[in-house]
Design a protein around this ligand. Sequence first.
Ligand SMILES: *[C@@H]1O[C@H](CO)[C@@H](O)[C@H](O)[C@H]1NC(C)=O
Ligand SMILES: *[C@@H]1O[C@H](CO)[C@@H](O)[C@H](O)[C@H]1NC(C)=O
Ligand SMILES: *[C@@H]1O[C@H](CO)[C@@H](O)[C@H](O)[C@H]1NC(C)=O
Ligand SMILES: *[C@@H]1O[C@H](CO)[C@@H](O)[C@H](O)[C@H]1NC(C)=O
Ligand SMILES: *[C@@H]1O[C@H](CO)[C@@H](O)[C@H](O)[C@H]1NC(C)=O
Ligand SMILES: *[C@@H]1O[C@H](CO)[C@@H](O)[C@H](O)[C@H]1NC(C)=O
Ligand SMILES: *[C@@H]1O[C@H](CO)[C@@H](O)[C@H](O)[C@H]1NC(C)=O
Ligand SMILES: *[C@@H]1O[C@H](CO)[C@@H](O)[C@H](O)[C@H]1NC(C)=O
Ligand SMILES: *[C@@H]1O[C@H](CO)[C@@H](O)[C@H](O)[C@H]1NC(C)=O
Length: 554
Amino acid sequence: MMGSKDLEAEIHPLKNEDKRLQENLGSQTTKEDNLKGLPRQPGLSGCRTVAFFLSLFVCLFVVFVVSFIIPCPDRPASQGTWRVYYNAAVTYDFLATEDINRDRIQDVLFLYKNTNSSNNSNLSCADEGFSSPCTFVAAVSGANGSVLWERPAAQDGALVQCAVPQPQGGRTSSACILVGRPSSFVAVDVFTGETLWSHPSSFGGNASILSSLFRLPDVDADGAPDLLVLTQEEKEVSGYIYSGSTGHQIGHRGSLGVGGTSGSLLHVTRMGAHYILFPCASSLCGRSVKGLHETVTGRGSPLKRDPLWEGMLNATTHGLLWRSPGAIRYLMTVPGKVGEDLLLVSSEACVLLDGQELAPRWIFSAARVLRRPILGYYKPDTLAVVIENGTGIDRQILLLDLSTGAVLWNQALPGLPGDPQSASLPTADHRSAFFFWGLHELMGTNQTVQEPGDTQHSLYMFHPTVPGVLLELANISANIVAFQAVLFEPSRHAAYVLLTGPTRQDAPGVVSVAKHKVRDLVPSSRVVRLVEGGPDSDQAVRDRFSGLRYRSEA
Ligand SMILES: *[C@@H]1O[C@H](CO)[C@@H](O)[C@H](O)[C@H]1NC(C)=O
Ligand SMILES: *[C@@H]1O[C@H](CO)[C@@H](O)[C@H](O)[C@H]1NC(C)=O
Ligand SMILES: *[C@@H]1O[C@H](CO)[C@@H](O)[C@H](O)[C@H]1NC(C)=O
Ligand SMILES: *[C@@H]1O[C@H](CO)[C@@H](O)[C@H](O)[C@H]1NC(C)=O
Ligand SMILES: *[C@@H]1O[C@H](CO)[C@@H](O)[C@H](O)[C@H]1NC(C)=O
Ligand SMILES: *[C@@H]1O[C@H](CO)[C@@H](O)[C@H](O)[C@H]1NC(C)=O
Ligand SMILES: *[C@@H]1O[C@H](CO)[C@@H](O)[C@H](O)[C@H]1NC(C)=O
Ligand SMILES: *[C@@H]1O[C@H](CO)[C@@H](O)[C@H](O)[C@H]1NC(C)=O
Ligand SMILES: *[C@@H]1O[C@H](CO)[C@@H](O)[C@H](O)[C@H]1NC(C)=O
């Protein structure tokens, strides 16, 4: 961009030049007028030519100066790979990204438990009222891995939700909210690492947390979304509602009257009514958030009920009048044609349910899905769901068309205990790059599966335009606690973030967070051909993957 000063500098030399030229012209013409009494066209046009070339030269000079001599405004240099270590620490399955230092490169948030913080911070556990060791939340720069801030935020980490808007005076900030064990509830400003509020949580002593922190609409009218947590206490599911801006509990505990298992979900029906859905006794149970809010406060609620859903829910058991095939393992919302649909994975089948009528759209009977599915684009702009059927040597990866349930791609890829979840990143051609963990070499062999922690995990990349190839990007032999594929900057800066650490919470060891840019790994990757032959050489395949451009999700 050009400042106003540059513009001035650019305009003025021309102006001065013009003035001088006009003066010259003026004096010439008067001289010639005096001599001949007639203006002479050829001389004038010569001057015009001189003026033209002079200004052209000045213009080109300015262009030259601006584009080659004056350096571009500093664009932060982003390293393809960086790694941060903590000795004698443990970590948790949590990774989040956000542009914290506003350099337009995503930064990385994670948790670790240590006696004292890293070299960069002087805050100790005692400063925040915890005993040592305690859980720190840390933010590191996505560009070079330098620590942006760190803060003790819990005695022992349990549940984190980031990017919760926080109204602060005139501006709105963003917070990470941590529910810690035992009994802490803390909000940390994402941009500064300051503690915004901190309270003991109000869960009962034996409560186990069943859900993530659900974000509700602003029920207490303070300008911030409010939060809902489900716990299991004395064989009953309970709901707690908290103000998102202060962390104070709204009302008291609300029992849902039934037992449940983890895997709950907050679903919004097409008319904007919020329902909690949770697996219960081989069925799907639900409760309107309005009902829960009214129960805990004893007052009315600004939320809505959906008459259709009220008709489908049994008022006493809260069970839906629809039985799932087998025990429910996973429940997730997926984008539908109108609003959101529900994908349900049970012990017997995967079912796509209409988000309003809860009628099955398709049922796919794959007996052994033990991982939460992920989404990605196999055909342009058409969502596909990635499921893993089976474990160990028998694992198969299946890509199903989300709207029909038809199999788009099917590949056996042995998995190992401790393999991270698959991931996908949208590419510029409106498809996705997929990332799978496993060990292709196990295929056809009889190798026994070792203990997690010692095994080598290989990361494979797949793109639908090269369906017969997996690109082996990396071999990792550490215990992987969390993995994420992230688009750090628009277009080309796709990378993966790997959080590794000890397998057991009571045995501290080296915790490491590392970023690896995908493009930098492609030249040294191994091309694994799933079908014999293929027209392209290995180098041509690598070039295809190297040239992939990525797309930020809207
Ligand atoms: C702490 O310092 C050591 C060496 O001085 C370095 O290897 C390590 O990465 C640093 N840790 C963090 C979190 O910065
Ligand atoms: C962390 O604590 C240990 C033992 O309490 C101490 O030896 C070490 O110097 C501390 N490290 C930092 C960076 O303060
Ligand atoms: C940590 O160090 C900074 C300056 O480096 C200082 O402003 C701050 O007060 C210190 N905090 C504590 C808790 O000592
Ligand atoms: C990392 O980048 C930030 C700016 O984004 C800079 O201030 C810092 O000094 C860099 N750290 C290292 C270790 O290069
Ligand atoms: C927790 O459970 C144990 C046994 O399961 C029981 O003895 C104890 O009273 C319970 N504590 C609370 C606070 O409910
Ligand atoms: C609700 O569930 C109870 C217990 O299973 C059953 O007796 C009752 O008939 C159900 N109500 C409706 C409307 O289906
Ligand atoms: C899923 O795996 C099981 C055994 O592991 C197998 O019997 C079943 O056919 C597989 N399903 C599909 C759809 O391939
Ligand atoms: C696989 O291992 C089993 C027992 O460990 C053995 O009986 C079998 O022959 C092996 N098969 C192959 C193909 O090596
Ligand atoms: C991973 O390890 C295998 C052997 O175990 C090797 O053949 C392959 O080249 C390695 N892949 C990468 C990307 O380094």
